[in-house]
Design a protein around this ligand. Structure first.
Ligand code: S3P
Length: 188
């Protein structure tokens, strides 16, 4: 089996898309891109500033344009923002030439991993847990619908997630193939 042209990570804030994406890229010799960081570089400003000045709508427009642009970059691993799945027009760009991996993460883990974060405008409220719960209720069906592979990340180190993923996308040995059959079609 040959490697997909692109691997695209989707999932909620705090799922580990950037950490796991960067490690996977190194492992398979692909370039790593994070759509939020590319937006920030282009714009010369960080995400909180963009939300502040242009509103969420302004950020979403930049995000859609960036996802479309990056959909043509081959041999890349792309980490996307948690809201990338919200606009139907983004779905084509996310799926284009890509193996889409949903990093599925419990609400507890999302809360824990984003607790001290000041760079996620949507979570700068009195009750970030409620925000994460509400977003997850809306977005989980979209992540699931778009995913080729659903990776459960709770109680797993990033290293283990990457190893399981490499085995999934490039099963070199019969042992790996047996493991995949045992684990089911797209849940790891
Ligand atoms: C967002 C997630 C963030 C970033 C922005 C909005 C969201 O990315 O794109 O703050 O709507 O869930 P991460 O998922 O990388 O934190």
């Amino acid at each position: 089996m040959s490697l997909p042209k692109r691997v695209v990570f989707i999932g909620p804030m705090g799922a580990g898309k950037s950490t796991i994406g960067r490690m996977l890229a190194k492992e398979i010799g692909y370039r790593f891109l994070d759509s939020d960081r590319v937006i920030e570089d282009r714009c010369g400003a960080n995400i909180p500033w963009i939300f502040d000045v242009e509103g969420e709508e302004g950020f979403r427009q930049r995000e859609s344009a960036m996802l479309e642009e990056l959909s043509h970059e081959h041999q890349t691993v792309l980490a996307t923002g948690g809201g990338a799945v919200m606009r139907p027009e983004n779905h084509k760009a996310l799926k284009h030439d890509a193996l889409v991996v949903y990093l599925k993460t419990s609400l507890e883990q999302q809360v824990e991993r984003t607790r001290k974060d000041r760079n996620r405008p949507l979570l700068q409220t009195d009750n970030p847990e409620e925000v994460l719960r509400n977003l997850f209720a809306i977005r989980d069906p979209l992540y699931t619908q778009l995913a080729d592979i659903i990776m459960h990340t709770d109680r797993k180190s990033p290293r283990l997630v990457v190893r399981q993923l490499v085995n999934r996308i490039n099963p070199r040995t019969p042992r790996h193939k047996r493991q995949i059959r045992k684990e089911g079609r797209n849940h790891v």
